[in-house]
Design a protein around this ligand. Structure first.
Ligand SMILES: Cc1cc2nc3c(=O)[nH]c(=O)nc-3n(C[C@H](O)[C@H](O)[C@H](O)COP(=O)(O)OP(=O)(O)OC[C@H]3O[C@@H](n4cnc5c(N)ncnc54)[C@H](O)[C@@H]3O)c2cc1C
Length: 409
């Protein structure tokens, strides 16, 4: 066989996975449809990624973190959630977590660049860029990938990090639950008069959801607006001055006048959760495994968990001379990753649906939910535990095991 692992997709999850297995003695090939130049110097896609303490640790382990410049790293000290016209909201304070901050904020393109560089320095990963995977096949003997230039690659195992709309996942007959939230998210970096003090804001207003993510510069934040597609299109059609005025108004002038300093990019909101994370000689990681709604900022954090869970098992099997494609190994990975992600996937879906519903019963439920959170310190601690634990930080313990049983069959 030419390779041990055929990896589809050189996004942040795919590259992190290749780096995680480098040095294990396995031969890895990555196939990516984007050209090498676009991978080496990724375009700014407006996304700022909130990272947990566990992701921070894994990114250090995979040699990504030291490649990110200090000026590209924002501190997420505290987070404030406000509903409608509610004055107090719910504060997630670092002080309750025992850490100096809840997490970090890093631009997606800075993460992608770091992940690309980390893979350039190893000699056991072969990169095939600018070529698309046109087909996948597996049988008892091997796994094969057909490229759109006619070449066929053979290996022991296919690992797909080919996005939430994974074509290889569909080709292998794995069904997925796709949830279209009917909303679009606009992300744009903006400067503002008042300092953000490293506090993130999530503001569920009626008819729109607003968020502010504090960046390295005390007067610059990533602004995230969730609204209907026509509303977002109307904003994108404005000239810069009108856009700045419109955004300042949407934020009720809380941080003073705002001024756009980066590209404004719109993302349709679709959540995806497959029935399985594996098939024979095949596994999905990253968004191909769990496509999160960004409101709880967990997509890439979950992506890193999938990388860690699968790479750990493959390394151990390889070190003991056991097959890295064993069905039992892949099923075991599936169980761990499902347990780690399913509760928050379902909770996020619920929150995102509830907070875009402005009818009276939903408004009441929103207020009650925040009040319950405010008066229930254990709830706040549970959420913060998930953000700030560098180890196996999933906070839901037994609950997550229960939720695993909700696995669709
Ligand atoms: C607005 C927004 C805000 C976000 N905020 C956060 C946050 O705060 N925290 C967080 O943790 N996450 C966040 N995320 C999620 C995060 O951006 C994603 O989870 C992450 O980028 C997914 O990485 P990936 O490598 O799995 O997939 P992708 O980045 O989608 O990469 C998939 C790769 O596969 C390649 N590919 C696909 N099909 C083929 C094929 N047939 N052949 C060859 N190559 C192929 C693609 O070209 C691509 O390079 C956010 C997302 C959005 C949209």
């Amino acid at each position: 066989m030419q390779y041990d692992i055929l990896l589809i997709g050189a996004g942040p999850a795919g590259l992190s996975f290749a780096r995680a297995l480098s040095g294990s003695g396995l031969r890895i090939a990555i196939v990516e449809q984007q050209a090498e130049a676009a991978l080496a110097d990724p375009a700014d896609d407006g996304r700022e990624i909130a990272l947990t303490h566990r992701s921070h640790r894994l990114m250090q382990e995979y040699d990504l973190w030291p490649r990110i410049a200090a000026r590209d790293i924002g501190t997420l000290r505290d987070a404030q959630v406000v509903d409608g016209d509610d004055a107090d909201g719910l504060l997630f304070s670092h002080a309750e977590s025992g850490q100096s901050q809840l997490g970090w904020l890093v631009s997606n393109h800075a993460i992608r660049r770091a992940a690309w560089q980390a893979v350039q320095e190893v000699d056991d990963v072969t990169m095939l860029a600018g070529v698309k995977v046109a087909g996948v096949e597996t049988d008892a003997q091997s796994a094969r990938i057909r490229l759109d230039d006619g070449r066929v690659l053979e290996g022991a195992l296919i690992v797909a990090a080919d996005s939430r709309f994974s074509e290889s996942r569909r080709a292998l007959g794995i069904r997925a639950d796709l949830h279209d939230f009917g909303r679009t998210m606009l992300v744009v970096r903006m400067r503002h008069e008042r300092a953000h003090e490293s506090v993130a804001w999530e503001w569920f207003r009626y008819g729109q959801t607003l968020a502010l993510l504090p960046l390295h510069d005390p007067h610059t934040s990533s602004v995230v607006l969730t609204a209907t597609r026509p509303e977002i299109d109307a904003l994108l059609a404005m000239d810069e001055a009108d856009f700045d005025i419109a955004m300042t108004r949407r934020f009720d002038n809380r941080l003073g006048a705002m001024q756009r300093v980066g590209p404004a990019v719109a993302y349709p909101l679709v959540g995806v959760y497959p029935e399985r994370f594996h098939a024979h000689r095949y596994a999905v990681i990253g968004d191909a495994a769990v496509g999160m709604h960004p409101v709880t900022a967990h997509g890439f954090n979950f992506g890193l968990l999938s990388v860690d869970a699968l790479a750990r098992r493959i390394r151990a099997a390889s070190a003991q001379g056991e097959p890295i494609h064993a069905d039992a190994l892949l099923a075991d990975y599936d169980i761990e990753h499902r347990a780690a992600t399913r509760p928050l996937y379902l909770a996020t879906k619920l929150v995102a649906t509830l907070y875009t519903d402005d009818r009276a019963p939903a408004r009441m439920a929103r207020k009650l939910a925040l009040r319950a959170g405010r008066w229930a310190p254990p709830f706040r601690r549970l959420v913060m535990h998930g953000l700030t634990q560098p180890g196996d930080g999933m906070p839901l313990g037994h609950a997550r095991k229960l939720m695993m049983r909700l696995r669709p069959r």
